[in-house]
Write a protein that binds this ligand. Structure first.
Ligand SMILES: Cc1cc2nc3c(=O)[nH]c(=O)nc-3n(C[C@H](O)[C@H](O)[C@H](O)COP(=O)(O)O)c2cc1C
Length: 558
């Protein structure tokens, strides 16, 4: 087959290859033997390796690789957490502007907690569909904000996110006419470059608006507000993934640029305090909101994950005492199962109510205390597919935000490495080699497509329920399955609360409350006593029952 002249060469090559193979086998055997001795006799840390030298090492390798391979080979479509393949694929296809129709039938499990929308025999025809109109936030501010979209980008800091990720989100949000929240890491040039509306988050470390001691610096606050694009300020009290714990940015991610934007030293882990330093009750919280709004002239709200809701009632009563202008202009309710760049597992898993329970509570309290026209509610937590956004709006949210949905639109593959600077898709790493994969121009289009397609499909759900646009969805349009397999209408689970009914059930009016603030030496004590005596000892459900009774029998109500 080979010319005769080449045969000696070929023989020599084969002989060298044989020799090379032999040396390789000898080397591997030697290395294997050394590792075996190390595992068995020298190292004392790993029991598995002492008992099963060499072979025991494969356990760590497979454990690590399993994280990646499970999602491709073994996990079913609806199995993975925090987001399963079906949920992620919906986002990927929406972001690429591909058709999102499926064939043959639903694979969604029929189980407790599933929400089903109530279709109408006479769905809204295309010609009768209405546009979702912009809504104003902060009507009492010098510069109120008219927000155009119901679906916006949730807080993720530059630091947790990479530069190209922030650039792509900023450009994509501008194309989609939605806002982007800076997260707690301050405002960077990359947030501004796309031209989108921006919500500036003031985290517990006040990055970007702090003085050298970490206090809120009025001058820096004014400078932040001077950017026309910055439309609102959000004071973060807590975040779903880590209530009671501050932001954590590992040292490897604190580059010179990030350190300069945050106002902290480079190369050291950036750990924020676990709460707003000067906020410890309703009055100090309202003072801080007032200060930020006063200095900036822009709507100012708060973000938290709900635990016990009594503090919120105290806050709402305090607002009536001070006057409606004192209220936060918006409340962002984050879910206990929210995402994060880095957080302890016990907080992530086990602390804070999920949105399914906290959103209706916050909406009902706001409405029951007569603040529905004053405070906008923003829902946050796993709202990455149209049905969940439609559910949140039906329950009473004015806006929805998503963090991880937009990360998927940027190409995130749920590698769960946001805390390690090794994100393979460049979304949460500052390693330039990995960032190279994320091209902002391309991903900006995906961000906008994801937004547009999601909103379009929420509209489709609304039309199927017979209403002309998403904000007309109400609790009666959806039911939730219970563990018996029966569905219960959302308005039975959470009956819509009449405006101001909690105040009336307490037997007080905002007017009396504010007068008590004028005449009593300590209105705060009075307010506390009032709440403690007649309201707070009751559970939320008991209060709902009492409100319901007072609706049925107004004479008998307190
Ligand atoms: C990478 C990453 C960084 C985040 N950074 C912040 C932050 O700086 N401030 C904040 O309030 N929330 C932060 N969050 C939480 C989100 O804003 C959001 O509240 C939470 O993830 C729930 O929304 P989701 O389910 O749409 O992700 C972050 C989340 C992720 C995934």
């Amino acid at each position: 087959m080979f010319p005769e002249s080449l045969q000696p060469w070929l023989g020599a090559i084969i002989a060298w290859l044989e020799l090379g193979f032999l040396v390789l086998v000898l080397l591997l055997t030697l290395v294997g033997l050394l590792l075996w001795i190390q595992d068995r006799f020298i190292q004392k840390k790993h029991a598995i390796r002492r008992n099963f030298p060499l072979v025991g090492r494969f356990r760590y390798f497979f454990e690590h690789m399993g994280e990646f391979f499970r999602q491709y080979f073994f996990a079913m479509d609806r199995e993975e957490l925090p987001f399963n393949r079906a949920q992620r694929s919906w986002v990927y296809r929406a972001a690429k502007d591909l058709s999102n129709t499926s064939a043959f039938g639903s694979t969604k499990q029929i189980g407790a907690g599933r929400v089903v929308f109530m279709n109408c025999p006479y769905p809204t025809l295309a010609k009768n569909a209405a546009e979702t109109l912009p809504i104003m936030v902060g009507p009492h501010c010098e510069q109120p904000y008219v927000a155009r979209s119901v679906f916006n980008v949730s807080g993720m800091s530059f630091g947790a996110l990479s530069r190209p990720a922030v650039q792509a989100l900023s450009r994509g949000a501008a194309m989609a006419n939605c806002w982007m929240n800076t997260g707690e890491g301050g405002l960077s040039p990359y947030h501004l470059e796309g031209g989108c509306d921006i919500v500036f988050q003031i985290g517990t470390a006040r990055y970007g608006v702090r003085d050298s001691e970490g206090n809120l610096d009025d001058e820096r606050l004014r400078q932040a507000a001077a950017h026309q694009q910055v439309k609102m300020f959000e004071i973060k009290l807590s975040q779903g993934a880590k209530p009671g714990k501050g932001g954590i940015l590992p040292a490897g991610k604190v580059t010179d640029e990030i350190a300069a934007i945050r106002g902290i030293p480079a190369g050291q882990a950036s750990i924020s305090p676990n709460g707003q330093p000067d906020v410890h009750d309703a009055d100090s919280l309202l003072d801080l909101i007032h200060k930020v709004r006063d200095v900036t002239g822009k709507p100012t709200g708060i973000k938290f994950v709900l635990g016990d809701s009594r503090w919120l009632e105290d806050l709402f009563l305090a607002i009536h005492e001070r006057g409606l202008e004192s209220a936060p202009d918006f409340i962002t309710v984050d879910s206990g199962d929210g995402g994060t760049g880095a957080a302890p597992m016990s907080l992530m898993d086990d602390v804070g109510l999920y949105l399914a329970e906290s959103l209706p509570q916050v909406v009902d309290l706001r409405d029951g205390y007569g603040l529905s026209d004053r405070i906008r509610i923003i829902a946050s937590g796993k709202l990455i597919n149209p049905s969940m956004v439609a559910w949140a709006i039906a329950v009473g949210a004015d806006f929805c935000v998503s963090a991880r949905g937009y990360m998927f639109a940027l190409g995130c593959i749920q590698a769960l490495q946001c805390n390690r600077n090794t994100c393979p898709t460049g979304v949460t790493t500052h390693n330039p080699r990995l960032q190279r994969g994320l091209v902002p121009e391309d991903k900006a289009r995906r961000v906008a497509h994801f937004h547009d397609n999601l909103v379009k499909e929420v509209e489709t759900i609304a039309h199927s329920c017979g209403v002309s646009e998403p904000r007309k969805l109400k609790r009666q349009h959806a039911r939730m399955l219970n563990s018996n397999g029966e569905s219960v209408p959302l308005d039975h689970l959470w009956p819509t609360v009449e405006a101001g009914i909690y105040l009336r059930s307490l037997g007080i009016t905002p007017c009396i409350l504010s007068l008590s603030g004028w005449f009593a030496p300590s209105a705060k004590v009075q307010r506390g006593a009032l709440l403690k005596a007649c309201w707070l000892p009751l559970t939320f459900k008991e209060r709902q029952q009492r409100v319901r009774t007072s609706l049925e029998d107004p004479e008998g109500a307190a």
